[in-house]
Design a protein around this ligand. Structure first.
Ligand SMILES: [Zn+2]
Ligand SMILES: [Zn+2]
Length: 258
């Protein structure tokens, strides 16, 4: 069975859209189009998204983050103190918004109340932003949840975000390559040394990823420690680059969002 578990190509599920216009034609016969409504204020949405022009313009952009981990900084183009001390295993975090309204409660609606419409909006916003930025990867991997957390929640919010991103960018999505094999306590409540010990061996990758550029997708990056541990595992499996694509970057010390 060893070879069956490690065949990455078999695990990759490529998004297959329905024939162009078929679904719309079918729905159009029975339903009126559902208008996009801003989830923040109720005004009409723009570009088919549930967000209006004004709320979109005022989204809390994270323009001046650490070049490595996207930690908000007073000036652009710098490396934060923590990355200077310990360079993380991931190559770069792309997290275009702060964990502030409305992004924080949209992320919470998805994670804790399973509001899929919020997940679609966040996934589409991040996907469109990544497309404009010309972000590239060979494989997209949603940040995995531990089995017990997955059973408790019933779904992985990172997969909900990664699915529209993979479809928009035309990049294969692999839900199985990386597993979380240890349940980890809320990271921000622990001192750094314990956090590292806690996260060591938290992830497992049984595939070979030689020469691949991986994009890990998550909703919020808080300390960067989880992404660091996941990226180290992926690099041990042969990945040449690991990027983290997240909707929001929370300032360190801002509480746990796992
Ligand atoms: Zn609005
Ligand atoms: Zn940093």
């Amino acid at each position: 069975m060893a070879e069956g578990r490690c065949q990455l190509s078999m695990k990759i599920s490529v998004y297959n859209p329905p024939p162009k216009g078929a679904l719309r034609h079918l729905l159009g016969q029975y339903l009126r189009p559902i208008p996009a409504i801003c989830r923040a204020c109720g005004d009409p949405g723009i570009g088919g998204l549930d967000i209006c022009a004004s709320c979109y313009r005022h989204l809390p952009r994270n323009r001046r983050g650490c070049v490595r981990c996207a930690e908000p900084l007073p000036a652009a183009g710098a490396l934060c103190a923590r990355c200077q001390q310990h360079l993380p295993a991931f190559d770069q975090v792309l997290a275009p918004w702060h964990y502030q309204p409305p992004m924080d409660w949209l992320a919470q609606e998805l994670k804790f109340r399973h509001r899929l419409a919020s997940g679609r909006l966040l996934g589409e916003l991040l996907g469109r932003w990544l497309q404009r930025e010309g972000a590239v990867a060979d494989v997209i991997i949603p940040m995995p949840l531990h089995g017990s957390r997955l059973r408790e929640r019933g779904f992985n919010q990172a997969t909900e975000l990664a699915t529209p991103i993979a479809a928009r960018l035309g990049i294969p999505l692999d839900r199985a390559a990386l597993q979380r094999v240890r349940a980890t306590a809320a990271q921000t409540s622990l001192p750094l040394r314990e956090r590292k010990r806690n996260l060591r061996r938290a992830f497992r990758c049984e595939c070979r990823l030689d020469g691949l550029r991986i994009a890990l997708v998550d909703d919020v990056v808080t300390t960067g420690s989880t992404a660091d541990a996941a990226a180290a595992t992926l690099k041990r499996a042969g990945a040449t680059e690991v990027h983290l694509w997240a909707v929001c970057r929370a300032a360190r010390g801002g509480g746990s969002h796992t």
